[in-house]
Ligand binder design. Structure first.
Ligand code: 5CA
Length: 435
């Protein structure tokens, strides 16, 4: 993409209303714009990152055997009356009427809807187990929307729902999601701690939250230092023993930790850090299948209410969490896996025909090799171009200028470390096109 034809409203000023670094940087880097309290437009560069994050989430859900569908954002109030949650949910639910005075709502989550979809289609044990998921916008009228996309009112969530014949099956489905979550966050370069959680309004008895460790996190997390020894490789290939270790290791949010009278972790091994909740999983058994009358026939002709779990990931919140975990004084440092473009190509002298034709040529070759490249071909000062590239945080910068070209070299800068290297065009291209 040529920057001269793109839509990238980067700003130098730090926006006054933004308190935390990810919110400031998302505004400065032209990723999002607020259009109403807690509601954001995703600008082109931000949308690319959102899509990347969403795709990693999708791939790991698919790998775990979950099946994607898409449910609507608007739901009928009657659906929620069936489960009894319409009155219980409170003012966070956005309620409105259609032209026929029918009561509607903008979905804050989808347990009810998936339950009727499944209930009306599945009658036999042969169709279980199943896990279904969708990635869809949600609305929660938060009392205090803040920190940009971290606590929005409209936000993108991946929510999955599992259906099993019995508790044992539910446990297996829950563990499959647990592993999928570890892999998902590890692929994004994040350290996410699974924390035992109270279940709240979703109900049920087994629940974990996944917290990305970052100083600006909304919650305080207490955990056993041994959690820090779990490597990325272990997380990516989590087997039964890793799951057992992770679920057994102590990790709690402060409010829960305070209720524990005899702490099982020796003081010298107890760590406290701030965390951002990027995922939340629940095993709630027959709560919805019983209240909404879903039964399936078992192999011996009996009838049971399927045991269910639900599994959420804050897809849009993850973008903020990744920036909190990966930035420096000059801007965002995207992990390769979610970067909007891999390479930022900088033409230092767009007013110089030779430099421009060399840069154009490199751009063409990068495109041909399938390397996602944002090409700064604008007629602007070099300093402004560097600042823009740094703030938007692409993993690599390739700098083409007159002095280098005289020597037959270009400069390759790694955003994460700031390391710069002079290379021939050929070797720079070879480096960037290698996987
Ligand atoms: N039905 C369950 C799981 S599918 C559920 O709704 N869980 S939740 O309430 O914990 O939300 C799931 C995830 O969505 C959270 O872990 C969080 O990462 C994200 N989330 C929740 N509220 C917001 C919000 N206001 N802004 C951004 N992300 C949010």
């Amino acid at each position: 993409m040529r920057l001269s034809r793109y839509f990238l409203p980067v700003t130098k000023e730090t926006p006054a209303d933004a308190q935390i670094v990810s919110h400031k940087l998302m505004l400065r880097a032209g990723l999002i714009r607020q259009t109403a309290a807690g509601i954001y437009a995703w600008l082109p560069l931000g949308l690319r990152v959102l899509n990347r994050i969403e795709q990693i989430v999708r791939e790991e859900q698919d790998k775990a055997g979950a099946i994607e569908l898409l449910m609507p954002t608007v739901q009928s109030a009657d659906l929620w009356r069936e489960s009894g949650r319409y009155d219980a949910y409170g003012p966070e639910m956005l309620r409105f009427k259609d032209r026929h005075e029918r009561e509607m709502l903008y979905g804050p989550t989808n347990e009810e809807m998936i339950t009727i979809l499944f209930r009306d289609a599945v009658k036999s044990y042969r169709d279980l187990p199943r896990t279904l998921y969708h990635i869809q916008w949600k609305f929660r009228d938060e009392v205090r929307p803040r920190f940009g996309v971290m606590r929005g009112r409209e936000f993108l969530m991946k929510d999955a729902y599992s259906f099993d014949l019995d508790e044992e099956g539910l446990r297996r489905s829950y563990e499959a999601m647990f592993v999928a979550y570890l892999r998902t966050f590890a692929r994004m370069g994040l350290q996410a701690v699974p924390v035992r959680a109270p279940t709240g309004p979703i109900g049920g008895n087994l629940s974990h939250e996944f917290h990305v460790l970052a100083e600006t996190g909304e919650s305080a997390v207490y955990y056993d230092a041994a959690l820090e020894d779990v490597t990325h490789e272990e997380l990516l290939s989590a087997d039964a023993s890793t799951i057992a270790r992770l679920t057994d290791l102590y990790a709690m949010e402060a409010e829960e930790h305070e209720k524990v009278t005899e702490c099982p972790v020796p003081a010298d091994r107890l760590r406290t850090r701030r965390g951002i909740e990027v995922g939340h999983i629940f095993a709630f058994g027959t709560k919805y299948s019983a209240s909404m009358g879903m039964t399936v026939q078992t192999s011996d002709g009996g009838n049971v209410h399927p045991h269910m779990g639900s599994y959420g990931i804050g897809v849009s919140r993850l973008m903020g969490a990744i920036i909190e975990a990966s930035h420096d004084d000059n801007g965002i440092v995207w992990p390769e896996a979610v970067a909007p473009y891999r390479v930022g190509l900088i033409n230092m002298r767009a007013d110089d025909g030779n430099v421009t034709s060399a840069a154009d040529d490199i751009y063409g070759r990068l495109q041909q090799a399938g390397v996602d490249t944002l090409y700064d071909d604008r007629d602007e000062r070099g300093g402004a171009k560097f600042a823009t590239m740094d703030v938007i945080g692409l993993p690599w910068q390739l700098i083409v200028g007159p002095k280098g070209l005289e020597k037959g070299v270009v400069e390759l800068k790694r955003r994460a470390t700031g390391e710069r290297e002079e290379l021939s065009v050929e070797s720079a291209l070879a480096r960037l096109t290698a996987a």
